[in-house]
Design a protein around this ligand. Structure first.
Ligand code: AHR
Length: 483
């Protein structure tokens, strides 16, 4: 039997709420038909946003929403999305799904969604096809005080007198790839230019993020950090990278092997954090380059979702995706000293989605429930965890623990798809009491998933837990314990 020690004196730091962030790109069915149904729609909506989704999203306390891309951001002109006459453009992703961008959702609408759900917007700035001055104008439009500049007056005329609260600005997206095929040296110079014109317009506490690597491209991180380590004027407040779990297995039709491949791929997140952070630290940049995992999640081939391939990259979600979320969020919690933000990709009708929506339907995936079960980690102090007999990955459990307002939350996932596991909990440096509230997310069938027809196939169960006795966690199950 495993033993989990909760080591209360071993405080690892505060878990930034933004680690529980989301990504909402203009791609496939994420915005149009998913989050956004339009103001005139018969589907219940709040100023165009799907009401049911807004309410469910609000329930998990989303701290941040990244927008408008992704790759979409690299051909986005913010002026297209304000005012009355909005042009129809080619969507960046149109070459894959033939869809056009109507710009019905622009800056005002998106900020409205953020305000409705209580999230902060994180804007990805196009550095591939607009000038630094155009990007600066977007910032001016958003942040300048009421009545100050001509762009602030334009914002006011468009219905928002007060400045928008946009605390996070990412400089580019995947500039090593579709964002311009740049070399790290070239990107760093572009970063300097954009930062020079944006930094002195942003508010003191707003953060500018450096565009980082694709997964384990440590060379990119090294060269960008090197180029930014000797600057005197350039400012930065975070280093991003993207990492998807995509080991080439099927989304729904998988066996033990398919489970194991995905879990072992997801584990790489831990090494990525260590190494990217170590490189930044090597250049003395660790304080200003705390990591931002802009995009993460499972990426399987599309077509398994309810739209049957109509929505680009839309995929279904099983307990395996929920386990990747549980595992990854535990890794983030346990590395909260190195990470300031992370955004699961993407929120609705896409890759590792929390929602699947179409027509009048709006269902939650198992991953949604993980975010719900973990939400009290946001802003909590992470404490140390030590587990006995937990060496072999595929026969082990993933755990993180935190304390907030004198309440401890422990989140545990059984990474095995064949063996149930028994464990006991023991507090070191604090008495953990006798009784606890538990929530268990589990399905007998690891391939099961929620559909429009059967939306509650995988739903969490509330349980009472006796902390003085061994606790059973079934294979593939995730458990949260709060006391
Ligand atoms: O999430 C889908 C796409 O994946 C994003 O647009 C891009 O940044 C990444 O390659």
């Amino acid at each position: 039997m495993k033993k989990i020690y909760l080591i209360y004196p071993d405080k690892k730091g505060t878990i930034a709420p933004e680690i529980y962030g989301h990504f909402s790109e203009h791609i496939g069915g994420v915005i149009y038909g998913g989050l956004w149904v339009g103001k005139e729609s018969e589907i219940p909506n709040i100023r165009g946003w799907r009401k049911e989704l807004v309410e469910k999203l609000k329930n998990i306390n989303p701290p941040v929403l990244r927008w408008p891309g992704g790759c979409f951001a690299e051909t986005y002109d913010w002026r297209d999305g304000i005012g009355k006459n909005r042009p129809v453009r080619h969507n960046w992703w149109g070459y894959m799904d033939g869809k056009y961008e109507t710009n019905e959702v622009g800056t005002h609408e998106f900020v409205d969604l953020c305000e409705l759900v209580g999230a902060k917007p994180y804007f990805a700035v196009n550095i591939t096809s607009i000038t630094p001055m155009q990007a600066r104008n977007w910032m001016d439009y958003c942040l300048s005080p009421r009545g100050s500049t001509t762009l602030a007056l334009e914002r006011e005329a468009n219905g928002h007198p007060e400045p928008f609260d946009i605390p996070f600005w990412g400089i580019g997206n995947e500039n090593w790839g579709d964002g311009g095929d740049m070399t790290p040296d070239y990107y760093a110079l572009e970063y300097r230019r954009f930062s020079a014109v944006l930094n002195n317009l942003k508010r003191e506490s707003d953060r500018l993020f450096v565009g980082g690597a694709n997964a384990a491209d440590y060379n990119w991180t090294h060269d960008v950090c090197k180029n930014l380590s000797d600057v005197s004027h350039t400012k930065f407040n975070g280093l991003t990278y993207h990492f998807y779990t995509c080991p080439g297995v099927h989304c729904l039709d998988f066996d033990e092997n398919g489970w194991n491949k995905v879990i072992s791929t997801a584990q790489q997140m831990e090494y990525l954090i260590d190494r990217h952070y170590a490189i930044a630290k090597g250049f003395g940049l660790e304080k200003d380059m705390k990591l931002v995992v802009d995009e993460w999640g499972c990426w399987f081939s599309g077509g398994s979702g309810p739209s049957k391939g109509q929505n680009l990259f839309e995929q279904q979600s099983t307990m395996r995706d929920a386990m990747v979320a549980a595992f990854t969020l535990n890794i983030f919690n346990n590395n909260c000293d190195k990470i300031q933000m992370a955004n699961v990709a993407q929120i609705c009708n896409n890759l590792h989605a929390l929602f699947l929506a179409g027509g009048e339907h709006c269902i939650t995936t198992p991953t949604y429930h993980i975010f719900d079960m973990y939400k009290e980690h946001q802003g909590a102090e992470c404490i140390g965890v030590s587990i006995t007999d937990n060496d072999e990955l595929l026969n082990s459990i993933t755990v993180s623990a935190s304390i907030k307002d004198s309440k401890t939350l422990v989140t545990i996932g059984n990474l095995s798809c064949i063996n149930d596991v028994e464990f006991t909990l023991e507090g070191i440096g604090a008495y953990i009491g006798k009784l606890a509230e538990g929530i268990l997310l589990y399905s007998e069938d690891m391939n099961a998933h929620n559909t429009f027809e059967a939306p509650y196939t995988i739903t969490p169960k509330q349980i009472q837990i006796d902390l003085t006795k061994p606790i059973l966690l079934p294979k593939t199950g995730v458990l949260s314990i709060r006391f």
